[in-house]
Design a protein around this ligand. Structure first.
Ligand code: NAD
Length: 503
C-alpha cells in the first residue's frame, strides 16, 4: 500500500499549470500541451508544466532586450545588491527549497540542501563582480598614448538546464549573467520545473527590474526558439552529450556564443596501497549518491593488482547495505531515479552488461520499497569483470550502477581512462605521492580526485569538462563565467595638451 506523504511535504503546493515569468509578470504559456510533473518516489502528480511555444520565447526575448539598456547602465556595485538580497532569501527558504528539490527530483533532503548551498555559493561569488569584471590598462603604450581593456556585458543570454540538479545548475550561470549587466531567459528541465518557480518568486522579491530575469518552461521547442532567436547572444547549456552537441552546433550556425556541458562516464582507479575502508566509503557515495544521476558519479572502478579482492568484497557490501527509499525520510541514503523510462533503461543496460559477459555481483533491479511501490527505484548494482570494450563500459548509465574492471598496472589504468570519449572526472585512490602526481598529470579529464570523490567544484573554480563532456571554451562558474558573460573592448586613447594647435 502506498504510504501517506511525510510530514513537511504537504505544506508545499504549486500552481496548476505552472506559469512562466516574463517581464516581471507570472503569465500563462500560449500552449495547449502540458506534461505531468511527477514525484519519482511516489508517482504522485504534483502539477503540470506547459510545453511553451516559440511565441513565449519571443515574449521573453523582447522583455529581456527592453530591460537590457537600463540594466547595463546600473553600476555593477548596485546590480550586485540584488544578489545580496537573493542570497539571504535563499538562505531563509533553504529548507523549503530543499524539500521541493526532493519532491520533484527524488534525491535525499541532505543532497538537495547540499546542492542549494552550492547555488548560494555561486551567488556569493557573483557578488564580487565589481572586482571580477575589471579590465586592465597600460599608460604610455607609445608616447602620450594609453591603452585599456574593458569588459562589457554581452546582451540577452539564455540558460538551458538538465533535470539532475534543479537548484544548483541554473546558478552556475544566472548570478554571473545578471551581475555582469546582461539580462537572461532560463529554461529549466521540464521534468523538474518546480524549484525554479520558487527561486523566481524569490528573485521577484529582490525587486529586480522587470525583464532582467525571465523563466520559460518547456522542452525542445523552447530550446530551438532560443537557438534561432536573433536577439539572444549567448547560451549556457547543461545536459546529455547528444543534445549538448546539437545545441553547440546549431548555436554556432546562428552565430552565438555558447558553452555546453555534456554527459560522462567516470572512472576511478584503486591502487593496492589505498586505504580500502576510506576508498570503499567514498566510491559508494560517488557511485550511488543522487542515485548515480550525477555527471561526476563514479561509474567504473578499476582495481590494480592486489586491490581487486579487498575492494570488490567491500564495495559489494556497501552497495547491499545502502538504505534506499523516499528522500524526505531521514534514514534514507539514496532515492529513486527520475522516471519510469529511466528506471527501465538502467535495468536494460544492466541486462546488456550481463549479456556482454559481466557478472551481476549485486543486482538492484526490480526494487520494491515498502510504502513506495509506485516509485522508480533501482537499488545499488555492481557488475564485475566488465569488458572495457563492452557497451556497458562506454555508455553513460546515469543510475546507481558501478562496473568493476581489473588491470595490472597504473599505466594500463591511465590508458583506459584516456581511451574513452568522455572527460568529465577521474579519480585515483593511493597512498603514493608519485602515483598521484603521475595520474594528475596524465589523466584526460577536467575534474580530478585524489583520494576523494569529485563533487561539483567550489563556485570560484570553473566546472571543467574535457572531450565529449564539454563543447565550448569557457565553463560555468567563477572567472570563466565572468569571461563568458562579458565581451572585451580594447580602447586606445590620446589626449594631446596642444590638441587645438595640432589640428
Ligand atoms: P537532456 O539532454 O535530456 O536535457 C537537458 C536539457 O535539454 C533540458 O532542458 C531538455 O528540455 C533539453 N532537451 C532535451 N532533449 C532535447 C532536444 N532533442 N532538443 C533540444 N533540447 C532538448 O539531459 P537530462 O536528462 O535532463 O540531464 C542528464 C544529462 O545531463 C546527463 O547526460 C548528465 O551527464 C548531464 N549533465 C552534465 C553536467 C555537466 O556539468 N557536465 C551536469 C549535470 C548533468
Amino acid at each position: 500500500m502506498q504510504k501517506k506523504p511525510l510530514e513537511g511535504e504537504i505544506s508545499v503546493s504549486f500552481r496548476n499549470p505552472l506559469p512562466n515569468y516574463i517581464n516581471g509578470e507570472w503569465c500563462a504559456s500560449r500552449t495547449t500541451e502540458y506534461l505531468d510533473v511527477v514525484n519519482p518516489a511516489t508517482a504522485e502528480v504534483l502539477t503540470q508544466v506547459p510545453l511553451s511555444l516559440a511565441s513565449d520565447v519571443e515574449a521573453a526575448a523582447v522583455a529581456a532586450a527592453a530591460a537590457y539598456p537600463n540594466w547595463r547602465r546600473i553600476p555593477a556595485t548596485e546590480r550586485v545588491q540584488y544578489l545580496f538580497k537573493l542570497k539571504f532569501l535563499l538562505e531563509e527558504h533553504l529548507d523549503e527549497l530543499s524539500r521541493i528539490v526532493t519532491l520533484e527530483c527524488g534525491k535525499t533532503f541532505a543532497e538537495s540542501k547540499a546542492e542549494l548551498q552550492r547555488a548560494i555559493e555561486n551567488v556569493e561569488v557573483a557578488c564580487g563582480i565589481p572586482m571580477l569584471m575589471q579590465g586592465y590598462n597600460l599608460e604610455n603604450v607609445a608616447r602620450g598614448i594609453d591603452e585599456m581593456m574593458i569588459r562589457q556585458p554581452v546582451g540577452v543570454t539564455a540558460i538551458i538546464a538538465p533535470f539532475n540538479f534543479p537548484g544548483m545548475i541554473p546558478f552556475w550561470f544566472l548570478p554571473y549573467a545578471i551581475a555582469c549587466g546582461n539580462t537572461t531567459i532560463l529554461k529549466p528541465s521540464e521534468k523538474v520545473p518546480l524549484t525554479m518557480q520558487k527561486v523566481f518568486e524569490l528573485l521577484e522579491k529582490t525587486g529586480l527590474p522587470k525583464g532582467v530575469v525571465n523563466l520559460v518552461n518547456g522542452a525542445k521547442e523552447v530550446v530551438d526558439a532560443i537557438l534561432e532567436h536573433s536577439t539572444i547572444r549567448a547560451i549556457s547549456f547543461v545536459g546529455s552529450s547528444p543534445v549538448a552537441q546539437y545545441v553547440y552546433s546549431k548555436a554556432a550556425v546562428f552565430g552565438k556564443r555558447v558553452q555546453c556541458q555534456g554527459g560522462a562516464k567516470n572512472p576511478i582507479i584503486v591502487l593496492p596501497d589505498a586505504d580500502m575502508e576510506m576508498t570503499t566509503r567514498i566510491t559508494a557515495d560517488s557511485a550511488f549518491g543522487c542515485a548515480g544521476q550525477r555527471c561526476l558519479a563514479a561509474s567504473v572502478a578499476v582495481t590494480v593488482g592486489e586491490a581487486r579482492h579487498t575492494f570488490t568484497e567491500a564495495i559489494a557490501n556497501a552497495a547491499k547495505t545502502r538504505v534506499v527509499g523516499y528522500g524526505l525520510d531521514e534514514k534514507v541514503q539514496m532515492g529513486p531515479v527520475i522516471t519510469r523510462q529511466s528506471q527501465a533503461r538502467i535495468e536494460q543496460l544492466i541486462q546488456q552488461g550481463a549479456n556482454e559477459g559481466a557478472t551481476v555481483l549485486v543486482d538492484g533491479r526490480s526494487a520494491k520499497i515498502p510504502g513506495y511501490e509506485q516509485g522508480n527505484f533501482v537499488r545499488p548494482t555492481i557488475l564485475q569483470n566488465v569488458n572495457p570494450r563492452s557497451e556497458l563500459a562506454r555508455t553513460e548509465i546515469f543510475g546507481p550502477v558501478l562496473g568493476l574492471m581489473h588491470l595490472e598496472t597504473i599505466e594500463d589504468a591511465i590508458a583506459l581512462v584516456n581511451s574513452g570519449q568522455w572527460g568529465n572526472m577521474a579519480c585515483l585512490f593511493t597512498s603514493s605521492g608519485a602515483a598521484a602526481r603521475q595520474f594528475r598529470y596524465e589523466a584526460e579529464a577536467g575534474n580530478i580526485g585524489i583520494n576523494i570523490g569529485v563533487a561539483a567544484p567550489m563556485a570560484f573554480f570553473p566546472f571543467s569538462g574535457w572531450k565529449d563532456s564539454f563543447y565550448g571554451d569557457l565553463h560555468g562558474q567563477g572567472k570563466d563565467a565572468v569571461a563568458f558573460f562579458t565581451q572585451t573592448k580594447v580602447v586606445v586613447e590620446r589626449w594631446p595638451k596642444t590638441w587645438s594647435r595640432q589640428f
